[in-house]
Design a protein. Structure first.
Lengths: 303, 357, 323
């Protein structure tokens, strides 16, 4: 095939194919979701009985306490979990990067949690939290002294259940922040640090004034990536707590799932998902804006 | 073996003109070097000859055929790239054989041709190795072997030596000349290094900003540069330039400027009178001796071993460089006398840069 | 850190050096202690799961809990790997219908492999176009990943409506036959392909970008057409990249839960959904078989993950490494 003609083929066909796929599999469903969200319809009645009802469903979602609670809870979970993951991941990366011989070994081991299927993680922790589980066994000496029956059903207490989810998330995803920071530490140019040492700086000064600023891009990236994923929290909630006890561990993703798959409130769910999409898009734009202005500031400073 | 004719070749990228209408005749079997600073359009021109870029307008004729519509693989060319472009996942043998395999040559014939080429480039022991196992010079020769194995009429080379260290570069220059001698093929070679151009070319094309500044043999280019640009591009250290104008003197035209006066060759035509000009004189033609006419003050001496460069002030703040015998004894700050002969003066129009003769 | 004293007496210098050595050693010990503590924290749940998978029913929720099974058994594994109908006495609750792993395993392998392959082929094709021709404009390669920003639950709801309602509606209107994509292999593979395509494009882009275009120029000059060039020059050089990408995407699909839960079952049941079924099916959880399934699900992923670990480390640096 002649080169230039082939260029046209190779250029257009994949583009068209992929775009078509996205349109068919993403755009069209979205358009339909918006349409459905404007109808009043429960799935146990046939589709044909649905009536147009405008923004009624949106009002219902926005006025639903449960929705806002779930949303707030999701931010709470994400915030706490990500904060812990950042700090722990940072410290682990710092410690590991100072090791010489065992670095590879620790890195390999620390990466394993990230590779475990999330649902399995949820299951593992459910075993640990059970009333006759090892967690209670470890705490038994302390609890006995306080006169409390050590066979605590952690997942039956709202606050404890929330922390159970947070800990499961931390267990799995600290690996990712660890990975990002490890690369960041590995990328620190040794000449800069050596120059500082020659000029007489203490390790603390070097860390605070040189290493930390150089690691800022890594920190920003870790925050953005982890926050985005943490806000979608779903798998551990399903396996560990079912959103319970009551609704105390419902994340917004779980809430939506429940509405559609358990209660079959399709239109409500459609409206809620559109609203969620809008909220997420706003967050993303904010994040991208911050990232771009941060980068511009850095480039401006160094130009 | 074929000659190449380029007729009014133009290449634009959007609003940017890379090549602005150049016409050139490359003689069959000659070693032509296109030289110029980066961005002058030499690589783009080469890419149009090879077919990797399509001209916006103009014609390319190879061996009498207009090749504009032909695929690069159909033009009977061989090309060596700046980064050599050896296929890293194939052995040296496979690299060399690639062009023949694509043309569906039978395996026995391929083996024979590859062996011949490897023999010619002295790389037979490397045939089973991978490119990353070869040194810089060896990789160069593999790239050359890959080109000669298809017996092209024309060889195109895009700065092939720029990635080598200085010593290797000099060695490869000789190899390339020898190869050219043997094959008697047309070589078109692109470089930004004027020393390379001077030592290797039969003829040189000097390009700047998409245009041809001058086409000629190395000596022509050096001794009679057609523009100020060409004059300044060739020769180390750079030619000395003085601004001024031409006045009519008692025994012929004279140059006045930069606080001095200098007689010019009598053959200079009258149209240069009265216009702002630039006088050029090469550092090896600047004479420093007590018998010279013009005064100056030495500033810096750079001993090269076989000569010494004297940077000195020539009045009105103008700074010149003279290349003198190594035994010349001068101290920074010492006064000196300098001069140069009329026939060593080059005169260029201040506005157009063209030579006045 | 105090500077070592000037060479006064050599004795003082010697003492200072010894102090420094001790300080460094204690620092090293602390460092390793902390790291090992974290290793313990990581290892514990995994260890517990593997241990439980070898426990007999009586030991699952024994108090105090048995760290290692007192009477290790392969019962759980036998149960999940059994063929055909099951002996009801094998399960803890006689009324409970125990599940075997075969359906989940088979479906997961089928869906994950096909979705990953489709995504790989399509994505590599597009990545080549983006790398060589700048298809889609300057920022396309950055916006491609934006698709992943959509919360999966939103995708699930939209796709559910699409697969279960709209598609049957349309096909019955056009062809007179109600074809639903809900709970079908095609449906799940389709959505998995679409959601992992951005990753494939992003990863293959980095690999294809590393192949210099001059190689293709050189091949073209020697008379090769573009198809030959891609086949002989580009593909061999990105082959290992394709393997890594395939494995990465395979792992993503393998671990995927939300979409599988919402869009399939029981016709199509992936392993993640199967595991969850054990959970929700009964009050008395079948911890043993669950642990066994968990172990079986986890091991291939960990092995694959370790294989591509080097590339993960490189890929997740996100440009924090400046060249």
């Amino acid at each position: 095939m002649r080169w230039l003609a082939s260029e046209r083929v190779f250029r257009l066909i994949p583009f068209v194919l992929v775009e078509a796929l996205f349109v068919v599999a993403i755009l069209v469903p979205f358009a339909l979701t918006i349409w459905i969200s404007l109808l009043k319809w429960r799935a146990n009645r046939p589709f044909e009985t649905a009536r147009f009802s405008g923004l009624e469903n949106y009002e219902a979602v926005l006025s639903s306490d449960q929705f806002w609670l779930a949303l707030g809870r999701t931010f709470y979970f994400a915030g706490v979990a990500v904060a812990i993951e950042l700090v722990v991941g940072f410290m682990l990366a710092m410690l590991v990067s100072r090791c010489t011989r065992s670095r590879k070994l620790y890195t390999t081991v620390f990466l394993i949690p990230m590779m475990i299927v999330p649902i399995v993680v949820g299951y593992n922790f459910s075993m640990i939290y059970v009333d006759s589980g090892p967690l209670n066994q470890l705490l038994a000496p302390f609890l006995d002294r306080l006169g409390i029956d050590p066979r605590i059903r952690w997942l039956s207490h709202p606050v404890a259940a929330q922390w159970a989810i947070i800990i499961a998330d931390v267990w799995q995803w600290t690996s990712l922040t660890f990975l990002i920071f490890l690369s960041g530490f590995a990328a620190l140019p040794p000449q800069l640090i050596n120059a500082a040492r020659v000029m007489g700086a203490t390790p603390w000064q070097i860390f605070w004034r040189i290493e930390l600023p150089l690691l800022k891009p890594a920190i920003v990236i870790a925050i953005i990536i982890r926050s985005m994923e943490a806000l979608k929290l779903f798998d551990p909630v399903v396996l560990l707590t079912f959103g319970g006890p009551g609704t105390s561990t419902q994340t917004v993703a779980y809430f939506l799932w429940e509405q559609v798959w358990v209660f079959n409130k399709f239109s409500f769910g459609a409206a809620a998902s559109i609203l969620l999409l809008i909220i997420f898009s706003l967050l993303i734009f904010m994040g991208v804006y911050m990232l771009v202005s941060h980068r511009r500031a850095v480039e401006g400073a160094t130009s | 073996m074929a000659g190449i004719a380029i007729k009014s070749l133009v290449k634009t990228f959007g609003s940017y003109t890379a090549v602005d209408g150049i016409s050139l005749d490359v003689r069959d079997g000659e070693f032509l070097i296109m030289v110029g600073p980066s961005g002058c359009g030499k690589t783009t021109t080469l890419n149009m000859i090879s077919g990797l870029e399509t001209p916006t307008s103009g014609e390319i004729v190879i061996g009498g055929r207009v090749v504009n519509d032909l695929e690069p693989g159909e033009r009977g060319l061989g090309m060596v790239f700046q980064d050599l472009a050896l296929f890293p996942h194939m052995t040296v043998f496979e690299n060399i054989a690639f062009g023949l395999r694509v043309r569906k040559m039978p395996a026995a014939a391929i083996a024979e041709r590859v062996m011949e080429a490897a023999e010619a480039m002295h790389i037979k022991p490397l045939l089973t190795k991978l490119p990353k196992q070869c040194s810089g010079g060896e990789s160069q020769r593999v790239a050359l072997a890959r080109t000669i194995v298809t017996n092209p009429a024309v060889f195109l080379m895009d700065e092939p030596l720029s990635s080598l260290d200085a010593k290797l570069r000099v060695d490869m220059r000789t190899e390339l000349k020898r190869l050219h001698e043997r094959l008697r093929a047309t070589f078109i070679y692109v470089t930004h290094d004027q020393a390379e151009a001077m030592t290797m070319a039969d003829r040189i094309v000097v390009m700047s900003k998409g245009r041809i500044e001058q086409l000629g043999t190395p000596l022509e280019i050096y001794n009679r540069p057609a523009t100020q640009f060409v004059a300044g591009f060739f020769g180390t250290p750079t030619m000395n330039f003085l601004e001024g104008s031409v006045i009519a003197g008692p025994d012929g035209p004279r140059f006045r400027g930069a606080g001095l006066e200098q007689p010019l060759p009598a053959s200079l035509s009258r149209n240069s009178e009265g216009r702002p000009v630039v006088l050029g004189v090469r550092s090896e033609h600047v004479v420093i001796s007590e018998a010279a006419a013009l005064p100056g003050t030495a500033r810096l001496l750079e001993p090269l071993g076989d000569a010494t460069l004297v940077h000195f002030d020539a009045g009105e703040g103008k700074s010149l460089v003279a290349k003198v015998a190594p035994s010349t004894a001068l101290a920074p700050g010492a006064p000196l006398k300098f001069g140069f002969a009329a026939e060593h003066c080059h005169l260029f129009d201040a506005a157009t840069g063209l030579r006045h003769s | 850190m105090s500077r070592p004293p000037d060479t006064g007496t050599s004795l003082a210098a010697e003492a200072a050096r010894a102090r420094k050595r001790r300080r460094e050693r204690s620092r090293r010990v602390t460092r390793h202690a902390l790291l090992i503590a974290w290793t313990g924290f990581i290892a514990f749940p995994i260890f517990w799961m593997i241990s439980t998978s070898f426990k007999d029913a009586g030991e699952w929720v024994a108090w105090p809990p048995h760290w290692l099974p007192h009477a290790p058994t392969l019962h759980n594994y036998a149960q999940i790997f059994a063929f055909g109908a099951l002996d009801p006495t094998l399960s803890r609750q006689a009324t409970e219908q125990a599940f075997t792993i075969w359906k989940g395993l088979g479906d997961a392998v089928l869906v994950c492999t096909s979705a990953s392959l489709f995504a790989l082929l399509l994505g590599t094709f597009l990545a080549y176009a983006i790398s060589r021709f700048n298809v889609g404009g300057k920022y396309f390669r950055h916006t491609i990943l934006m698709i992943r920003m959509i919360p999966p639950i939103v995708v699930a709801i939209s796709i559910l409506i699409y697969y279960a309602i709209i598609v049957p509606y349309v096909t019955s209107a056009l062809f007179g036959v109600r074809i639903s994509l809900f709970d079908t292999y095609v449906g799940l593979v389709l959505i998995y392909t679409v959601t992992t395509l951005p990753f494939v494009i992003w990863m293959m882009l980095t690999f294809i970008d590393e192949v210099p275009y001059t190689l293709e120029h050189a091949a073209r000059l020697m008379g090769a057409g573009r198809v030959t060039v891609i086949r002989r020059v580009v593909l061999p050089l990105v082959a290992s990249g394709m393997v890594v990408t395939f494995l990465f995407v395979f792992i993503l699909n393998w671990a995927e839960f939300l979409l599988a839960l919402t869009l399939t079952h029981p016709e199509v049941t992936t392993l993640t959904v199967l595991l969850n079924k054990f959970q929700s099916a009964s009050e008395g959880r079948l911890y043993g078989p669950q642990a066994a399934i968990g172990t079986v699900v986890t091991i291939p992923v960990v092995i694959l993950g370790l294989l591509i670990q080097k590339h993960l480390v490189k890929g997740f640096s996100f440009g924090t490494i400046r060249k």
